[in-house]
Design a binder for this molecule. Structure first.
Ligand code: ACO
Length: 383
């Protein structure tokens, strides 16, 4: 029988410390984030995704030889799992979202990799990271009735994704913006999807199962599913004059503004700063600049209204608001925003699984029973 009491309850596990980590550190009051010990605003504008993965997995930035070797290994593992095309075609016929299709197809990686319970497998972790760009790009093409494209050997994670999606070499500034995004979101403490991955790893289940569980958690609009709706909101508002009445209407109707609020940050999310700068670099003129200017005006009105209508809740811009602008600026359709998040966070999930396995303790919190006590009633005696 559980001995936990209602006083022990921490709804949403808020404030509960479940693990130690060397991967990322968050100061929610000061708005600071360290990834592998380096402030996100120093790392993200400069590092490639591969350098950030090396930092997380090996605890240090790679030298030239290590980086080249790691790039090569990821590049050779960047192919579709056997049978993926048939599965993706079936998912397309069923109208599955890219996240749903990704979850299905990633399961195929389990057929290619070996699993020793309780052991972290670097090959499987690399394969999972490497498999996402070709799967997401191939699904985009299959849904459009096009054949998949294989990017050239040696292309970076970011470039290979754009190349496989579009069939041509992407411009360097788009690759840089995508790398900045991928590095910015690679890891973030004990967020919901990472916790899901760690719970699964803690049972000594395999890394592919941990990845798919985490993918499901990421897909929800309160977590990684927010940038698409955030961009929709900006488009629906349409002009700066409409921002105040439209946002006020939404808040008074009890709606949440996507891209605002955070469980940990009680000030502006530092990742929003990094991505806001990246979005601005991408959109220097024309329609893109107009959208950026509108988004910034919407953000200012939203912050004012959240302070007015939700006083004391300390709701500020989170990473997802500017994720939407950066990925839209890179030229991606909204449905690819969350899969791209997964393409990065997979590296963080895998690093957390490794830490969890090293910790070696099954994650198993308690619950407080609040139902009644009853006796057994035979079927024929039930009313
Ligand atoms: N818009 C309006 N009100 C909000 C918002 C928002 N975006 N976020 C929180 N609130 C309000 C809640 O309604 C609640 O109000 P109440 O006290 O009147 O009931 C109060 O602020 C506290 O909200 P909680 O739900 O307790 O906050 P929690 O820490 O659980 O939620 C979350 C964090 C889920 C991110 C929330 O802020 C939210 O729903 N934001 C919108 C979705 C979003 O942007 N998600 C992406 C998060 S970043 C990421 O996961 C990568």
């Amino acid at each position: 029988m559980s001995t936990a009491t209602i006083q022990d309850l921490r709804p949403g596990l808020e404030g509960v410390v479940a693990a130690t980590t060397r991967l990322s550190a968050i100061d929610g009051e000061r708005g600071e984030l360290l990834i592998g010990g380096i402030p996100v605003e120093e790392l993200a504008p400069h590092a490639s995704f591969e350098e950030a993965v090396h930092l997380l997995w090996h605890g240090e930035l790679p030298d030239r030889a290590s980086l080249d070797g790691f790039r090569r290994r990821l590049s050779t593992q960047r192919h579709l799992p056997e049978g993926a095309l048939d599965l993706l075609a079936r998912a397309a016929r069923a109208g599955a979202s890219p996240m749903a299709a990704l979850g299905l197809a990633l399961g195929l990686v389990r057929l290619e990799t070996s699993h020793q319970p309780g052991e972290w497998n670097a090959e499987t972790a690399q394969r999972l990271v490497a498999a996402i760009p070709p799967l997401v790009a191939a699904y985009g093409r299959v849904r459009a009735g096009q054949d998949p494209i294989v990017p050239p050997d040696g292309a970076s994670h970011a470039a290979a994704f754009l190349w496989a999606l579009e069939g041509r070499e992407p411009a360097p500034e788009r690759v840089r913006a995508l790398d900045t995004y991928l590095v910015t979101v690679i890891d973030h403490g004990m967020n919901a999807s990472t916790f899901a991955a760690r719970v699964i790893a803690s049972t000594h289940s395999d890394l592919v199962s941990a990845a798919i569980g985490a993918l499901g958690a990421l897909d929800g609009p309160l977590h990684g599913g927010a940038p698409g709706p955030a961009l929709d909101m900006v488009f629906e508002i349409g002009t700066i004059e409409r921002a105040e009445p439209e946002l006020r209407r939404r808040l008074e109707a009890g709606e949440r503004l996507m891209g605002f609020g955070h469980r940990v940050y009680k000030t502006r999310d530092p990742r929003a700063e990094v991505l806001s700068a990246a979005a601005e670099r991408l959109a220097r003129s024309g329609e893109a600049k107009e959208l950026n200017d509108l988004a910034r005006a919407v953000e200012a009105v939203a912050l004012r209204l959240l302070a007015e209508l939700k006083p004391g809740r300390r709701l500020y811009t989170n990473v997802e608001f500017y994720t939407a602008l950066v990925l839209h600026g890179v030229g991606l359709r909204q449905e690819l925003f969350t899969p791209l998040f997964a393409a990065s966070r997979m590296a963080g999930w895998m690093a957390h699984c490794r830490e969890q396995l090293a910790e070696g303790r099954l994650l198993r919190p308690s619950s407080v029973y609040v139902g009644p006590r009853k006796g057994w009633v035979a079927l024929e005696e039930r009313a």
